[in-house]
Design a protein around this ligand. Structure first.
Ligand SMILES: [Zn+2]
Length: 332
C-alpha cells in the first residue's frame, strides 16, 4: 500500500500539471461515469494530500477524494511538468527504475544518478510516470495522444497536454466542501499539513490516552496520517521501542521522538520517493540502499536475518492483520 510519501508526491504532480487548468474527465471503465461527468470541463483549483488520501478541488466547490488502498495507482502521461524535487530524486535513483521513476531517457541522462546538481527549474518533457507502490519496471508506453486506455481505468483526467489515469482505488468519490472537511477531520495529523506544533500535540495526546499497543496506534490513520507497514516497523526500531507497549505507557519523550522521526522520514520519502529509513550511510551504502529495498531498512522484511545492531534474529508476527518485523533484543 502506498504510504504517505507516495500520496504527497502524487499531489505534487497534480499541483504542477493540473491546477489552474481546465480538465476533461472520463471513466473509461464506467464505474465513475457520473462523477467524471461532473468534473468534466471544470478547472482544477487546488490539491492536497492528507495521509494516504488525496483531495483535488475543482471549480464550483467540487472535491474529488481518492484513496489508492492496496492496489490503486495513478499513471501520468503526456507533457509532464516535473517537480524539480521529484526530478532530482528520480535522477538519483533513475538507474534502478524504481517505482515512481520518470521513465524517460532524457531525464535519466540529464539527472543521472550522480546529478544532484540538476536540481533546478522545472522542465517540460514528454514522459510516462507511474506512481504507486506496486509497480516495477515500467516501460514507456509510447507517446500516442491521447494515450490508449489500458486496463480498468476508473478515472481519466486530462488537460490539453497531460493525462492522469487512476486504476484500482479503494475510494474515488466526489465531495462537497463540508464532506471534504469532515473527511480530513477524521484523519490524524500529517506532518506536511497544518501547524507543526499543533500536529505534534495532537499525536502525543492521541497516543498517550490509549491502551492500544503502539504498533497498532501508528497504523491507525485517526491517530497519525500516512504511516504504513514499512514506516511502522522502522520507526519502532529506530526508537528501540517494544511494539506491544500500550500507547499510554510509552514515555512522553519517546512519543515526541516518534513524531519528530515521522516528520523527518516523511520528508525524505517525499523527496526521494523511497522509504529510506537508515541513517548515516556511507555514500556507497546509500547508493546500494536506494537501489535495493533489502539494503534500506533496519528490520522491515528481514525476518530471520540477524539484527543489524545486535545480531539477534529479526522476529515476524501478525499484528493488525499486517506483518510486523522487530528485534526482540533491541526492542525488548
Ligand atoms: Zn537487535
Amino acid at each position: 500500500m502506498p504510504e504517505g510519501h507516495s500520496v504527497h508526491r502524487i499531489a505534487r504532480q497534480f499541483d504542477r500539471n493540473f491546477v489552474g487548468k481546465t480538465m476533461s474527465a472520463s471513466s473509461p471503465q464506467g464505474r465513475f461515469a457520473e462523477g467524471a461527468a461532473v468534473l468534466n470541463g471544470r478547472e482544477a483549483v487546488s490539491v492536497q494530500a492528507v495521509g494516504k488520501q488525496m483531495f483535488l478541488e475543482a471549480e464550483g466547490d467540487v472535491w474529488l477524494r481518492v484513496h489508492l488502498g492496496l492496489y490503486g495507482a495513478w499513471d501520468f502521461a503526456g507533457d509532464i511538468l516535473v517537480d524539480p524535487t521529484i526530478a532530482s530524486a528520480n535522477g538519483r535513483m533513475g538507474q534502478t527504475n524504481q517505482r515512481g521513476t520518470v521513465v524517460d531517457d532524457e531525464i535519466l541522462d540529464d539527472a543521472g544518478e550522480n546529478s544532484l546538481a540538476s536540481i533546478g527549474a522545472p522542465r517540460r518533457t514528454r514522459v510516462h510516470v507511474r506512481m504507486s507502490e506496486q509497480t516495477k519496471g515500467l516501460a514507456d508506453e509510447g507517446l500516442e495522444w491521447p494515450p490508449p486506455v489500458v486496463g480498468q481505468v476508473r478515472l481519466r483526467l486530462m488537460t490539453d497536454i497531460t493525462a492522469a489515469d487512476l486504476r484500482g482505488p479503494t475510494a474515488c468519490v466526489l465531495q462537497t466542501p463540508e464532506e471534504m472537511l469532515a473527511s480530513v477531520a477524521k484523519l490524524g495529523p500529517d506532518p506536511l499539513v497544518g501547524d507543526p506544533a499543533q500536529n505534534e500535540e495532537r499525536f502525543v495526546e492521541a497516543v498517550r490516552k490509549k491502551p492500544t499497543v503502539i504498533a497498532l496506534l501508528l497504523m491507525d490513520q485517526a491517530v497519525v496520517s500516512g504511516i504504513g507497514n514499512v514506516y511502522r516497523a522502522e520507526m519502532l526500531f529506530r526508537q528501540r521501542l517494544n511494539p506491544h507497549t500500550p500507547g499510554r505507557e510509552v514515555p512522553e519523550d519517546i512519543v515526541r521522538s516518534l513524531w519528530h522521526d515521522w516528520v523527518r522520514l516523511l520528508a525524505i520519502g517525499v523527496e526521494t520517493g523511497q522509504m529510506m529509513t537508515m541513517d548515516d550511510l556511507s555514500p556507497d551504502a546509500y547508493r546500494a540502499a536506494m537501489a535495493s529495498r533489502d539494503d534500506r531498512h533496519w528490520v522491515y522484511h528481514r525476518a530471520g536475518l540477524p539484527c543489524r545492531i545486535c545480531g539477534t534474529e529479526i522476529a515476524l508476527e501478525e499484528i493488525g492483520a499486517r506483518k510486523l518485523y522487530w528485534c526482540p533484543r533491541c526492542q525488548a
